[in-house]
Design a protein around this ligand. Structure first.
Ligand code: CAA
Length: 283
């Protein structure tokens, strides 16, 4: 399948990053959100990233203009009708995601592929609300999208080989590396990452060490670019808690129980960098 026209639904941090990398790889991209303000924020993030790349000499001013020209914003999901691929990057809420997929199933042409950037919700369940489960797939980008090389490709129970191959090829066109995984709670990325973050939080909770010390151990001792608690603040503590709940519920195994300190911080509104406070304080 020749994918040319793409819609990205959700102009938040992930959606705008996804739209940027597609537009930089010559795809025509429609960026969709329910609010005009979110769209303008998304475009602003993209422009800022591209300006930085121009300043660093990685791209030319002309390439930046070309990328921006391939991006169109819309508040109407109906505009997905001519798209070959739609990537949903709305909030991690099953009701909202299934509502979007039902709509897309009605709007898009029958051969269009519908992908979700979910970090933890089951692709099989999302696919089941459509009449084309073989064309539904997970395309899990990592944050920050323009920098991170991985795209975790999640095959739902019914995802066809043809759909998988088309998404694998598309990911390579984005200069990213696709890794195939099956649809189980947390996939691979968050099944491994989140228990590590949760254990780092337990280390603080149990008084083993300060957040600074835990992060320093993992940065200097394991060569992680960020310590787990800095990374948790960067991802959002609400998102970390949500994913731990998905693992805990999905496997029914106590080893995935979220740390009480994580729950406490989320209840306090200490959600990490976006809230100005998490394990660290942000100006
Ligand atoms: N958007 C675009 N580019 C960004 C960026 C952003 N938000 N943040 C940093 N960059 C770019 C910088 O411009 C810089 O580019 P140059 O090399 O050209 O200068 C480059 O990334 C490195 O940035 P910095 O020098 O400022 O800082 P750094 O060396 O510490 O790197 C980082 C920043 C790439 C974010 C690095 O700290 C890192 O890799 N952290 C771990 C990120 C990670 O683990 N992400 C996965 C999160 S989990 C997830 O996404 C999945 C999920 O479901 C929860």
């Amino acid at each position: 399948m020749n994918i040319k026209n793409v819609m990205v639904i959700g102009a938040g941090q992930m959606g705008s990053g996804i739209a940027q990398v597609f537009a930089q790889s010559q795809f025509h991209v429609l960026l969709n959100d329910i609010s005009e303000e979110s769209l303008q924020n998304g475009i602003h993030i993209i422009e800022k990233n591209l300006n930085r790349s121009v300043q660093k000499g990685r791209i030319t001013e002309q390439e930046k203009t070309g990328t921006m020209n391939r991006l169109t914003t819309t508040t109407s999901i109906e505009d997905a009708k001519d798209c070959d691929l739609v990537i949903e990057a709305v909030i991690e809420n099953m009701d909202i995601k299934t509502k979007v997929f039902k709509q897309l199933d009605d709007i898009t042409k029958p051969e269009a592929i519908l992908a979700s950037n979910t970090s933890s919700l089951p692709i099989t369940e999302i696919a089941a609300v459509t009449k084309r489960p073989e064309k539904v797939i997970g395309m899990h980008f990592m944050n920050p999208v323009p920098v991170m090389k991985l795209v975790e490709i999640i095959r739902g129970l019914a995802t066809s080989d043809e759909t998988y191959q088309a998404i694998k090829d598309t990911t390579k066109r984005l200069q990213k590396t696709p890794v195939e995984v099956n649809d189980f709670p947390g996939f691979v990325s968050n099944r491994v990452l989140m228990p590590m973050i949760n254990e780092a939080i337990y280390s603080v909770y149990e008084g083993v060490a300060t957040p600074e010390a835990v992060d320093e151990v993992m940065k200097l001792g394991m060569n992680h670019p960020m310590g787990p608690l800095t990374l948790a603040d960067f991802i959002g503590l609400d998102t970390c808690l949500y994913i731990m709940e998905v693992l805990y519920e999905g496997f029914g195994d106590s080893k995935y129980r979220p740390c009480p300190l994580l729950r406490k911080y989320v209840k306090a509104g200490w959600l990490g960098k976006k809230a100005g406070r998490g394990f660290y304080v942000y100006e």
